[in-house]
Design a binder for this molecule. Sequence first.
Ligand code: F6R
Length: 611
Amino acid sequence: MCGIVGYLGNKSAKDVVIKGLKRLEYRGYDSAGISTLQNNKLEITKTQGKVSDLIAEISTGTHTGGLGIGHTRWATHGIPDNKNAHPHSDNSGKFTLVHNGIIENYQSLKQLLSDNGITCKTDTDTEVLVQFMGYLHQKEKLDFIDTVRLALNQVVGAYGIVVLCEDYPDMLIAARLGSPLLLGIGKDEFFVASDSSPIIEYTRNIIFLDEGELAVITQDQYEVRNLSGNEIVTKEIEEIEYNLDEIEKGGYDHFMLKEINEQAYTISEALRGRVNSEESTVTLGGIYDWIQQILDAKHIYITACGTSWHASLIGSYILEELLNIPVKAEYASEFRYRETAVNSDSVVICVSQSGETADTLAAIRKAREQGALTLGIVNVVGSSIARETHCGVYIHAGPEIGVASTKAFTGQVTIFNLIGILLAQKKGCNLEKIKPIIDDLDALPGLVQSVLDQGNEVFPIAEDFMDVENFLYLGRGYQFPVALEGALKLKEISYIHAEGYPAAEMKHGPIALIDDDMPVVFVVTARGYNKIVSNIQEVRARGGKIIIITSEENAELQEYSDHIIQVPDVSHCLQAVLTTIPLQMLAYHMAVLKGCDVDMPRNLAKSVTVE
Ligand code: F6R
């Protein structure tokens, strides 16, 4: 979602902020802005559109100096236009602020401001917050720090903010509640950002702000306090784990293509040091101390959003199959508001690439409150979900920049297999059941590479169907979530309407859609083979176009299909990793052929940190 960058140091703040905003473009946005403070004067430039449009708006000779903040906005309150873009300022022009999140009580604050003669100029909740700061500053005669603190203590909602005040030419204040923010600690310079990508070029030393914390940064020091008690908090400096080249395209046309092609490597990273195939064992340090408690659980819930939810659905099948206990996967947005039976006998697993998705975060908070043990399967190291769960397993897929999640998904499915095997073994499961999966895990990176090597085979399919308006994806068992994921990938980046269904459900409604123009993708594996072949026949009989992704090689499927893509056959629990890749490729090629912005699809954000 929205991106924040702040800088205080001896470099040009404008250069650091603009470069940082470019690094944050992947998160999705519709407008951008910058504010700098020099000679006790705040300068603001903002515009609807891309960071390149912002650069074009900045006049030469402006925004000099070493203190500045910038923002990429993804509209929530108010349409994307110049006026609603951040930074926002109060009517006195003293304060300027960038904000991620939502101020829920902005209506009542706006009323209070209006009652005191202060009129807002924009439609945003963010402007209300900065106007409120200006109002408090004047009314209570407070200094900069107390103004921000007092204002935030009266705010209901979520925020990651960075604020400048004209009277404090060497101070930057950042605060967080519900929206991630981190500080970069350089030599004689400091950075603030909503993720580490704008910082890594300058320093690897970072501090994660925790919920309800406020950081005051001046030329030569920083101090973190909690907002409620105003006590100083000692923060640990942590190190960014990835390298700069991991957040660059590295010769690929798009981040999505790069990330699809990285999957043999990212899966080997997910497995590294965790599987001993000779002894048929799995080690997962992040859940080691909690294994017995997990095994004692009466039920397991898995909760996530979007693609991570599709991986969760596969995870629920894996865990239920290997552990023989009830496992339920549920959208985090439903789970968090529903009356669930979660209690101290429950384990709640949260799956998230970013580790910052608002609904998933709220779901684990609810689960913790209800006494459950929480376990995170997360990609971004140090993210909120990783920090707030009792235990967890990192995916180790490296930064995922493309908005459409690819390598995180296959990593998540791989991790579910590791967790399933480990728990099943500890439960005393028969080695015969586990050994084939361990052997396949060993071979998995190579098998993924073989599927990637035949990636261009989907290109003719993309060419044939790039002009259709609808697509249907059908699968059974483990391949049903794969069908959902294939359909999601297609719709989000190529804007073609696509539905994923369990193949047998077709008869209960979607079959009405089948005509000569309808392409139907079937994901076919050995399990349920005859049943899905019957579904293929039903589509053929109605003239639908048939695309088959399969681990089975036979003349029957060749005959029935308009296009067929073969992937290697592996254990059922792992098959989704291989069948998903051609579907990622298909979506990619369709989107490119249609001229869509693959890495930044319209209306989408990489990390959904608001509800
Ligand atoms: C789709 C996609 C989204 C995310 C969802 C959850 O390609 O990327 O559906 O999967 O927003 O995000 P995370 O995994 O960061 O919690």
